[in-house]
Design a protein around this ligand. Sequence first.
Ligand SMILES: [Zn+2]
Length: 348
Amino acid sequence: MKDAMKKTIRAMPKAELHRHLEGSVRTRTIIELARKHKLPLPTFDEPELDKIVKLKEPMKSLADVLRLFTIAQSVFVSLEAVERITHEALEDAAERENIRLLELRYSPDFMLRGKGLDWAQAHAVIAKTIRAFEKKHDLVGGIIVIASRCYGLESAARTVEFALAHRKAVIGFDFADNENDYPPALFKDLVPKLHAAGIPLTVHSGEEGTPEAMRQTIELLSPRRIGHGVKAAEDRTGRTLDLVRRRGITLETNPISNWLTHAVPALEAHPLKRFLDSGVKATIGADDPGALDTDLNKEYAAAVEEIGLSLADLRRANEYAVQGSFLEGDKRQQAERWLKAAPASVCG
Ligand SMILES: [Zn+2]
C-alpha cells in the first residue's frame, strides 16, 4: 500500500462499534500487571510473549485462540488493572487510530471469573474511565455488556439482570462466543426484558455459525445489530441478506478477525464490499486488536487492498457506524461532526 493511502487512512476520523476490552490489552501491560500481582506467564520477555498472545496467522485450533484470551484475562485482577486497561484501550483508539466514536464491550462473567472482584465496582471503574477520557479527548464512548453464551443460560440471565440494574451506564447488550452449541432459541426468554428497558441488542452471529442460525437470531432475538454476520453471504437464496436489509440491521464486520478465525477463507473472499454494494449497513471493527494483532488502520487498509473498498466505501461504513451506534443522540451527533470534518484525501 502506498504511503499516501496509509496516511489518509490514519488521518480519517473513525467510528467503531465492535471492540472487546479483554482483547485490547497491551502485551507490555500484561507483563507489568503479572509482575505486580505475582501472576504466572509463559514468559516475561515482551517480544516472546507477543508471539504467544497475538494470533497473526489463521488459527489452527480453537485452543490457540482460547489461550490468547486466557492470558489477557488473567491480568484483570484489581480495579486498578481494570482502569489501566480501559484507559490504554481508549488511548490506543484515539491516538493511534483516530477513533472518535468507540463502543467497548466486555463480558463480566468472563473478565472477572475467579478474581473475587465485584462486577458492579469493576463496571463503575470502566464507565468512569470512559467519562474521564471523553472530557480530555475528541472521543465519545460507551460500554456494551456481553453474556458469554458458553457459560450457559444461568450466567446469561445473571448478566442480563446486571445490565438492567446498571442501565444508566450500559449502552447495549450482546450475546457472544459459541453460537453453534448455544443457539439463539436458548436465550430468547431473556431478551424481552432488555427490549422493555430500552437496552439495544447486538448478537455475535453468522461468524462460525450458519445463515440459518443468523436468521433465527434475527427472528427470535430482534437485535438492532449483528456482530460479524459474514455467513449471510453464503446463503445463495439471498433470504438472509434480505432479512438484514428489511429489518435495517447494522452488521459489525471485523475483516482481519474473520480471516484469522476462518469465518472467511481469505481476506479477498470477505463479503464486506458486496454487503455495502447491496445496500447493507455494514461497518468495520477490529474486534480484539491486542489478541489479533490488528487495529482499525490495518482493517481499513485490508478493506481497501484485499477486499476492494474505495475511500468512499470506508466513509460510508463509518457513517453506518455512527447511525447504528447505541450511544445517546448528542454523542452520536458530536461524532458525526468530527467525522464530517475529515481531512481531504491525500490520494486525490
Ligand atoms: Zn467480537
